[in-house]
Design a protein. Structure first.
Length: 312
Protein backbone atom coordinates (compact mmCIF):
# COMPACT_ATOMS: atom_id res chain seq x y z
CA UNK A 1 0.00 0.00 0.00
CA UNK A 2 2.85 2.37 0.85
CA UNK A 3 4.65 1.50 -2.43
CA UNK A 4 1.52 2.44 -4.39
CA UNK A 5 1.46 5.81 -2.61
CA UNK A 6 5.09 6.42 -3.61
CA UNK A 7 4.47 5.50 -7.26
CA UNK A 8 1.39 7.70 -7.40
CA UNK A 9 3.32 10.51 -5.70
CA UNK A 10 6.16 10.22 -8.21
CA UNK A 11 3.71 10.24 -11.11
CA UNK A 12 2.04 13.42 -9.77
CA UNK A 13 5.39 15.18 -9.34
CA UNK A 14 6.51 14.27 -12.89
CA UNK A 15 3.18 15.39 -14.41
CA UNK A 16 3.51 18.72 -12.62
CA UNK A 17 7.08 19.20 -13.85
CA UNK A 18 6.09 18.24 -17.38
CA UNK A 19 3.32 20.83 -17.35
CA UNK A 20 5.79 23.57 -16.34
CA UNK A 21 8.44 22.55 -18.91
CA UNK A 22 6.15 22.23 -21.93
CA UNK A 23 3.56 24.94 -21.33
CA UNK A 24 5.62 27.52 -19.46
CA UNK A 25 2.69 29.67 -18.34
CA UNK A 26 0.91 30.82 -15.18
CA UNK A 27 -1.69 28.08 -15.60
CA UNK A 28 1.04 25.44 -15.88
CA UNK A 29 2.64 26.74 -12.66
CA UNK A 30 -0.72 26.49 -10.85
CA UNK A 31 -1.14 22.94 -12.14
CA UNK A 32 2.37 22.11 -10.92
CA UNK A 33 1.52 23.42 -7.44
CA UNK A 34 -1.60 21.23 -7.35
CA UNK A 35 0.21 18.08 -8.51
CA UNK A 36 3.24 18.88 -6.32
CA UNK A 37 0.95 19.33 -3.32
CA UNK A 38 -0.67 15.92 -3.88
CA UNK A 39 2.76 14.33 -4.38
CA UNK A 40 4.11 16.01 -1.20
CA UNK A 41 1.15 14.78 0.86
CA UNK A 42 1.49 11.18 -0.37
CA UNK A 43 5.22 10.98 0.30
CA UNK A 44 4.75 12.67 3.71
CA UNK A 45 2.27 9.92 4.68
CA UNK A 46 4.66 7.23 3.39
CA UNK A 47 7.56 8.71 5.40
CA UNK A 48 5.45 8.88 8.56
CA UNK A 49 4.68 5.16 8.25
CA UNK A 50 8.24 4.00 7.57
CA UNK A 51 10.19 6.21 9.98
CA UNK A 52 11.53 4.61 13.22
CA UNK A 53 9.46 5.29 16.35
CA UNK A 54 11.94 7.72 17.85
CA UNK A 55 11.55 10.03 14.82
CA UNK A 56 7.77 9.82 14.53
CA UNK A 57 7.06 12.78 16.80
CA UNK A 58 6.60 15.16 13.85
CA UNK A 59 3.12 15.25 12.29
CA UNK A 60 2.22 14.61 8.62
CA UNK A 61 1.43 18.34 8.35
CA UNK A 62 5.03 19.17 9.26
CA UNK A 63 6.49 16.74 6.71
CA UNK A 64 4.09 18.00 4.06
CA UNK A 65 4.95 21.67 4.69
CA UNK A 66 8.72 21.05 4.50
CA UNK A 67 8.47 19.03 1.26
CA UNK A 68 5.91 21.32 -0.40
CA UNK A 69 7.68 24.62 0.27
CA UNK A 70 11.12 23.34 -0.78
CA UNK A 71 9.77 22.42 -4.23
CA UNK A 72 11.20 19.67 -6.38
CA UNK A 73 14.47 19.53 -4.38
CA UNK A 74 12.56 18.86 -1.19
CA UNK A 75 10.52 16.17 -2.89
CA UNK A 76 13.64 14.54 -4.35
CA UNK A 77 15.34 14.54 -0.94
CA UNK A 78 12.23 13.01 0.69
CA UNK A 79 12.16 10.30 -1.96
CA UNK A 80 15.85 9.49 -1.35
CA UNK A 81 15.23 9.30 2.42
CA UNK A 82 12.25 6.99 1.86
CA UNK A 83 14.23 4.64 -0.41
CA UNK A 84 17.14 4.57 2.07
CA UNK A 85 14.86 3.70 4.98
CA UNK A 86 13.12 1.06 2.88
CA UNK A 87 16.41 -0.66 2.02
CA UNK A 88 17.63 -0.41 5.63
CA UNK A 89 14.46 -1.98 6.97
CA UNK A 90 14.75 -4.94 4.61
CA UNK A 91 18.38 -5.42 5.70
CA UNK A 92 17.48 -5.70 9.42
CA UNK A 93 18.04 -9.08 11.10
CA UNK A 94 14.98 -11.01 12.34
CA UNK A 95 13.50 -9.82 15.63
CA UNK A 96 13.94 -13.23 17.25
CA UNK A 97 15.42 -16.56 16.44
CA UNK A 98 13.77 -19.85 17.32
CA UNK A 99 15.29 -21.30 20.47
CA UNK A 100 15.71 -25.03 20.81
CA UNK A 101 14.64 -26.43 24.15
CA UNK A 102 17.77 -28.55 24.14
CA UNK A 103 19.91 -25.40 24.34
CA UNK A 104 18.19 -24.08 27.49
CA UNK A 105 20.43 -24.69 30.53
CA UNK A 106 19.05 -26.36 33.60
CA UNK A 107 18.42 -23.96 36.48
CA UNK A 108 18.96 -25.27 39.97
CA UNK A 109 16.24 -24.29 42.45
CA UNK A 110 16.64 -24.12 46.19
CA UNK A 111 13.70 -23.83 48.51
CA UNK A 112 13.66 -21.05 51.08
CA UNK A 113 15.10 -21.82 54.48
CA UNK A 114 12.79 -19.49 56.44
CA UNK A 115 9.03 -19.65 56.64
CA UNK A 116 6.37 -16.92 56.82
CA UNK A 117 7.28 -16.05 60.39
CA UNK A 118 10.74 -14.80 59.41
CA UNK A 119 11.68 -11.39 60.78
CA UNK A 120 11.92 -8.60 58.22
CA UNK A 121 15.11 -6.61 57.83
CA UNK A 122 15.30 -3.10 56.40
CA UNK A 123 18.20 -2.08 54.20
CA UNK A 124 19.68 1.45 53.81
CA UNK A 125 17.74 2.08 50.58
CA UNK A 126 14.42 1.32 52.29
CA UNK A 127 15.27 3.62 55.19
CA UNK A 128 16.16 6.46 52.80
CA UNK A 129 12.90 5.84 50.94
CA UNK A 130 10.92 6.08 54.18
CA UNK A 131 12.44 9.51 54.88
CA UNK A 132 10.38 10.93 52.00
CA UNK A 133 7.10 10.27 53.83
CA UNK A 134 5.90 12.35 56.74
CA UNK A 135 3.43 9.68 57.85
CA UNK A 136 2.92 7.86 61.16
CA UNK A 137 3.50 4.43 59.58
CA UNK A 138 6.84 5.53 58.07
CA UNK A 139 7.99 7.19 61.31
CA UNK A 140 7.02 4.16 63.39
CA UNK A 141 9.22 2.00 61.18
CA UNK A 142 12.06 4.52 61.51
CA UNK A 143 11.71 4.41 65.31
CA UNK A 144 12.12 0.64 65.18
CA UNK A 145 15.22 1.05 63.04
CA UNK A 146 16.79 3.29 65.74
CA UNK A 147 17.30 0.15 67.83
CA UNK A 148 18.92 -1.70 64.90
CA UNK A 149 22.39 -3.22 65.30
CA UNK A 150 23.38 -1.80 61.93
CA UNK A 151 25.17 1.51 62.66
CA UNK A 152 24.39 3.01 59.26
CA UNK A 153 20.68 2.27 59.53
CA UNK A 154 20.45 3.42 63.14
CA UNK A 155 22.21 6.75 62.50
CA UNK A 156 20.17 7.46 59.36
CA UNK A 157 16.86 6.82 61.11
CA UNK A 158 17.88 8.82 64.19
CA UNK A 159 19.01 11.83 62.12
CA UNK A 160 15.74 11.83 60.14
CA UNK A 161 13.57 11.75 63.28
CA UNK A 162 15.75 14.32 65.06
CA UNK A 163 15.76 16.74 62.09
CA UNK A 164 12.01 16.46 61.59
CA UNK A 165 11.29 17.15 65.25
CA UNK A 166 13.81 20.00 65.27
CA UNK A 167 12.18 21.56 62.18
CA UNK A 168 8.71 21.46 63.75
CA UNK A 169 9.91 22.95 67.05
CA UNK A 170 11.78 25.73 65.22
CA UNK A 171 8.68 26.59 63.18
CA UNK A 172 6.61 26.73 66.37
CA UNK A 173 9.17 29.06 67.97
CA UNK A 174 9.18 31.39 64.92
CA UNK A 175 5.37 31.51 64.83
CA UNK A 176 5.16 32.32 68.55
CA UNK A 177 7.55 35.23 68.05
CA UNK A 178 5.60 36.51 65.04
CA UNK A 179 2.32 36.22 66.99
CA UNK A 180 3.51 38.80 69.51
CA UNK A 181 4.22 41.29 66.72
CA UNK A 182 1.06 40.60 64.71
CA UNK A 183 -1.56 43.34 64.77
CA UNK A 184 -3.88 42.19 62.00
CA UNK A 185 -6.71 39.86 63.09
CA UNK A 186 -6.41 37.82 59.86
CA UNK A 187 -2.69 37.21 60.41
CA UNK A 188 -3.28 36.46 64.10
CA UNK A 189 -5.92 33.86 63.17
CA UNK A 190 -3.56 32.32 60.61
CA UNK A 191 -0.70 32.05 63.14
CA UNK A 192 -2.98 30.45 65.76
CA UNK A 193 -4.22 27.90 63.19
CA UNK A 194 -0.69 27.00 62.11
CA UNK A 195 0.49 26.58 65.71
CA UNK A 196 -2.43 24.24 66.44
CA UNK A 197 -1.65 22.18 63.31
CA UNK A 198 2.06 21.94 64.14
CA UNK A 199 1.46 20.76 67.70
CA UNK A 200 -1.05 18.24 66.35
CA UNK A 201 1.44 17.05 63.73
CA UNK A 202 4.01 16.27 66.42
CA UNK A 203 1.48 13.90 68.03
CA UNK A 204 -0.08 12.57 64.81
CA UNK A 205 3.22 11.59 63.21
CA UNK A 206 4.34 9.82 66.38
CA UNK A 207 7.27 12.12 67.08
CA UNK A 208 6.05 12.90 70.59
CA UNK A 209 7.00 10.59 73.45
CA UNK A 210 4.07 9.06 75.35
CA UNK A 211 4.85 11.23 78.39
CA UNK A 212 4.63 14.45 76.33
CA UNK A 213 1.73 13.50 74.08
CA UNK A 214 -0.96 15.00 76.33
CA UNK A 215 1.03 18.20 76.73
CA UNK A 216 1.26 18.67 72.94
CA UNK A 217 -2.44 17.83 72.52
CA UNK A 218 -3.48 20.43 75.11
CA UNK A 219 -1.21 23.00 73.46
CA UNK A 220 -2.83 22.27 70.10
CA UNK A 221 -6.27 22.50 71.70
CA UNK A 222 -5.42 25.83 73.31
CA UNK A 223 -4.38 27.45 70.02
CA UNK A 224 -7.18 25.96 67.95
CA UNK A 225 -9.82 27.22 70.41
CA UNK A 226 -8.36 30.72 70.31
CA UNK A 227 -8.51 30.56 66.53
CA UNK A 228 -12.14 29.36 66.64
CA UNK A 229 -13.04 32.31 68.86
CA UNK A 230 -12.07 34.55 65.93
CA UNK A 231 -13.64 32.48 63.15
CA UNK A 232 -15.23 29.03 63.01
CA UNK A 233 -13.59 27.37 60.06
CA UNK A 234 -14.64 23.78 59.13
CA UNK A 235 -11.01 22.63 58.95
CA UNK A 236 -10.32 23.81 62.51
CA UNK A 237 -13.55 22.25 63.81
CA UNK A 238 -12.43 18.97 62.25
CA UNK A 239 -8.99 19.31 63.86
CA UNK A 240 -10.57 20.02 67.27
CA UNK A 241 -12.72 16.91 66.94
CA UNK A 242 -9.67 14.79 66.21
CA UNK A 243 -7.75 16.25 69.16
CA UNK A 244 -10.64 15.44 71.53
CA UNK A 245 -10.82 11.95 70.01
CA UNK A 246 -7.13 11.46 70.80
CA UNK A 247 -7.78 12.71 74.35
CA UNK A 248 -10.68 10.19 74.59
CA UNK A 249 -13.23 12.92 75.28
CA UNK A 250 -15.93 11.31 73.13
CA UNK A 251 -18.78 13.80 73.63
CA UNK A 252 -16.70 16.83 72.70
CA UNK A 253 -15.13 14.97 69.78
CA UNK A 254 -18.61 14.15 68.46
CA UNK A 255 -19.78 17.75 68.93
CA UNK A 256 -16.93 19.27 66.93
CA UNK A 257 -16.94 16.63 64.18
CA UNK A 258 -20.68 17.18 63.67
CA UNK A 259 -20.07 20.93 63.55
CA UNK A 260 -17.41 20.40 60.89
CA UNK A 261 -19.92 18.43 58.82
CA UNK A 262 -22.57 21.13 59.23
CA UNK A 263 -20.09 23.79 58.13
CA UNK A 264 -19.43 21.87 54.90
CA UNK A 265 -16.22 19.99 55.65
CA UNK A 266 -15.57 16.91 53.51
CA UNK A 267 -17.71 13.96 54.76
CA UNK A 268 -15.10 11.56 53.30
CA UNK A 269 -12.68 12.71 56.00
CA UNK A 270 -15.09 13.28 58.90
CA UNK A 271 -17.30 10.17 58.77
CA UNK A 272 -14.60 7.58 59.70
CA UNK A 273 -13.65 9.53 62.86
CA UNK A 274 -17.28 10.19 63.74
CA UNK A 275 -18.07 6.48 63.47
CA UNK A 276 -15.03 5.75 65.67
CA UNK A 277 -16.39 8.14 68.32
CA UNK A 278 -19.83 6.50 68.19
CA UNK A 279 -18.21 3.07 68.48
CA UNK A 280 -16.37 4.08 71.66
CA UNK A 281 -19.64 5.55 73.00
CA UNK A 282 -21.31 2.20 72.12
CA UNK A 283 -23.90 4.09 70.09
CA UNK A 284 -24.30 1.33 67.48
CA UNK A 285 -27.69 2.61 66.36
CA UNK A 286 -26.06 5.96 65.58
CA UNK A 287 -23.33 4.18 63.58
CA UNK A 288 -25.87 2.40 61.36
CA UNK A 289 -27.95 5.53 60.77
CA UNK A 290 -24.82 7.55 59.95
CA UNK A 291 -23.47 4.85 57.64
CA UNK A 292 -26.83 4.64 55.87
CA UNK A 293 -27.10 8.41 55.52
CA UNK A 294 -23.62 8.68 54.00
CA UNK A 295 -23.64 5.34 52.15
CA UNK A 296 -22.55 7.02 48.90
CA UNK A 297 -19.56 8.68 50.56
CA UNK A 298 -16.21 7.03 49.82
CA UNK A 299 -13.71 7.53 52.69
CA UNK A 300 -10.16 8.52 51.77
CA UNK A 301 -8.86 5.41 53.58
CA UNK A 302 -9.85 2.27 51.64
CA UNK A 303 -9.68 0.09 54.75
CA UNK A 304 -12.34 2.29 56.36
CA UNK A 305 -14.43 2.10 53.20
CA UNK A 306 -14.50 -1.71 53.27
CA UNK A 307 -15.37 -1.71 56.97
CA UNK A 308 -18.28 0.65 56.29
CA UNK A 309 -19.52 -1.50 53.43
CA UNK A 310 -19.41 -4.53 55.75
CA UNK A 311 -21.34 -2.73 58.49
CA UNK A 312 -24.17 -1.63 56.19
Amino acid sequence: MTDKKILLSLAMELIGLEAVVYWNSVLSFILYLIFHGIASLLIAIALKLILPKRYKEGSIKTFFAVIFFTGFLGYALALVVYLYLLLERHALPPVYEPVSQEDIPEISFKGRKLGEGAAYQLNPKTVLYLTQFNHPAALNLLKKVVSSRNDELRLTAFSVIYNLEKTLIERISILKESMEKTKSEIEYFSVLSLLAELYWEIVYTGLADKELEKFYLHEALSYVKRALDIREEPKLLYLTGRIYLRLKEWDKAKEYLLKALEKGFSPERVIPYLIEVLFYKKDFKGIFSLAEKYSKVTPADFRTMYLLRMWI
